[in-house]
Ligand binder design. Sequence first.
Ligand SMILES: [Zn+2]
Length: 221
Amino acid sequence: MDRTMKTLKRFVLVGAPASGKGTQSSFLSEKYDLKPLSTGALLRAEVAAQSPLGLEAKKYMDAAQFVPDEVVNGIVAQWLGNNKDCGCLLDGYPRTVAQAKTLDANLEKMGLGVDIVVYLNVSPELIEARMLKRKACPKCGETTRNGEELCPKCGTPMIVRTDDNPEAFAKRRKDYETLTLPVVEHYRAQGKVVQIDVTEEGEPEVVSARIASAVAAYCQA
Ligand SMILES: [Zn+2]
C-alpha cells in the first residue's frame, strides 16, 4: 500500500474516558496539521446557520435529547466533504460501529476513507488511579489533576470530583467498552489501527513521542 505522511488525511483517535485522549488529540492536530472535528461544535454551528440538518438537530437539542445518528452522520459527512484536501482528526466520533460503517460508506462515495486509527490503550488500573487524583475545591471550584490535598487558589481541602466517583466512572468505562471498543476492531480488520499501550503513569510527552513513532512506522508498513 502506498502510504506516506502525505496520504494520511483522515485520522480517528480512540481512547477511554480519562485516558489522556484530550492531550494527545491536541498533540496530533498540531504535529500533523489536522483540523479537529468536534461534533458538538459542528452541531452548534449548523443550528446557528439554520441549515436543514441544523434545524433537525435543534429539535432534539431543545428537548435535551441525544441527536440521532442519522443527523450526526450527515453533519460529519458534510464537514468531511468540505475538508477533503486537508488533514482531519476525528475524536469522539465514530462512537459506535454503526457510526463507523456509515462514515466509511459516506467517505467511499467521495472517493475517500479513514486513513489511520490511533488507539490509546490505557490500562483500567491506571485510569482509575488517575480519576481518584482528579480533585475539586468545594469552595471556589478550582480543579486539579495531581491529587493536591489543598486548593492551590484558596487553601481549602480538596475533594475527589463527584463526577469522577467510581460508580460513574465504571458506567462511562462500560459504555466505552461496549460501544466504542468494537470501533477499534472494525478498523483493525481493515489494517488501519496503530495501538499505543500505556500501562504506567508517565509524562504526556512520552506518550506523544510513542504515537509519533508508531505513526511513522505505520507509514512505512
Ligand atoms: Zn479553592
